[in-house]
Design a protein around this ligand. Structure first.
Ligand code: SAH
Length: 338
């Protein structure tokens, strides 16, 4: 059982949380978990293969082991723990890309503008970089690649929950708007053999989706199209449902209303939108969405309550019909033409 610390000690632990994040970034960058995949190794071996200083690396690993990431055994050698294993590249549920994406210098620079943003109302990411987040990624291919991998790995832990929470079988064509590399659409198509799918995202992301191959498996490929475009201009016509997962939270209310209105304009007569995002509940309860909302504050977006979703739906000429909970932290907010 976790020890209950006196408030000053508990506060100090919270304050120094960033140190742990920084160490996780270093571990991810140096591929330490990958290097321990087959067997425990000495610090000397690890340091040589990662091309870093052994004495400092030992201290980094010892600090990480103190929070359950890696463990020191006789030798002295280090081995993987279940937490450390999630930093392996490509492992199921891998968090390596997330560790890189959220702690890369360009993010840290944006977070450094949080206080300035609170005072002025400026979007911290824009203050730091002069452009919006997605424009920045479009100009930084390596960061875009890591972003796509991080979204896919986080999504892999959520996709089955979303695919089973909603009855997709009544839908003929599902358009995944801002669908990233297509892992969610692939999961839903696999579970619903008659469903057709359209993956819609920015050109640079669709190009990557073609390489990432979630949607190129036989059976699925023939039922799925990939389309590139800008959802502020238009989305693919003729869908029965427009899915937006972890996409509206990137934008302010006005921008969301525009994206939703474009879905409304494109959808079939009895079409619907399905927004898969965190729906923040009232009260002080623990909720990852409330912290993720801080990343969205940095980028100029927000996580929303049910009432806030109802308001952006209304702006777009839609009416919120229901909120379907899932077994993951996201819910599906359904809307139809008002
Ligand atoms: N739905 C995916 C990805 C969410 S990230 C998932 O849950 O994993 C948000 C997505 O919106 C990104 O893939 C991004 O490329 C896409 N996006 C951002 N701006 C866009 C635009 N103007 N037009 C189309 N897609 C856009």
């Amino acid at each position: 059982m976790a020890k209950i610390l006196p408030p000053p000690a508990a506060m100090f632990a919270l304050i120094t949380g960033r140190w742990v994040s920084d160490l996780l970034y270093v571990a991810a960058k140096l591929e330490l978990a990958d290097r321990l995949k087959d067997a425990p190794r000495t610090v000397g071996e690890l340091a040589a293969s990662a091309e870093v200083q052994a004495p400092a690396l030992y201290r980094v690993l010892r600090a990480l082991a103190s929070v359950g990431v890696f463990a020191e055994i006789k030798g002295p050698r280090f081995k993987l723990t279940p937490l450390a294993a999630t930093l392996q590249t490509g492992a199921p549920g891998s968090m390596r890309a997330a560790a890189l994406m959220l702690e890369e210098k360009y993010q840290v620079d944006a977070w450094a503008q949080m206080l300035h943003g609170l005072k002025t109302g400026e979007i911290p990411f824009r203050t730091a970089h002069g452009v919006s987040y997605f424009a920045y990624l479009d100009n930084h291919p390596e960061d875009l690649k890591i972003f796509g991998e991080a979204m896919t790995s986080v999504s892999t832990t959520e996709n089955p929950a979303i695919a089973t929470a909603y009855k997709f079988s009544g839908i003929r064509t599902l358009v995944d708007v801002g669908g990233g590399h297509g892992s969610l659409l692939a999961t839903i198509l696999k579970a619903n053999p008659k469903l057709k799918g359209v993956l819609f995202d920015q050109p640079s992301v669709i190009a990557r989706a073609q390489q990432d191959r979630h949607l190129t498996e036989k059976d699925i490929a023939e039922r799925c199209k990939l389309e590139a475009g800008d959802f502020f201009e238009a989305v693919p016509q003729g869908g029965d449902a427009y899915l937006l997962k972890r996409t509206l939270h990137d934008w302010n209310d006005e921008q969301c209303a525009k994206i939703l209105a474009n879905c409304r304009a494109a959808m079939n007569e009895r079409g619907r939108v399905l927004v898969a995002d965190a729906v923040i509940a009232p009260g002080n309860g623990a909720d990852r969405g409330k912290l993720l909302d801080m990343q969205m504050l940095i980028l100029g977006g927000r996580e929303r309550t049910k009432r806030e979703f109802a308001a952006i739906f209304r702006e777009a000429g839609l009416k919120l019909t229901r909120v379907v909970p899932t077994k993951c932290p996201l819910s599906i907010v359904e809307g139809v033409r008002a």
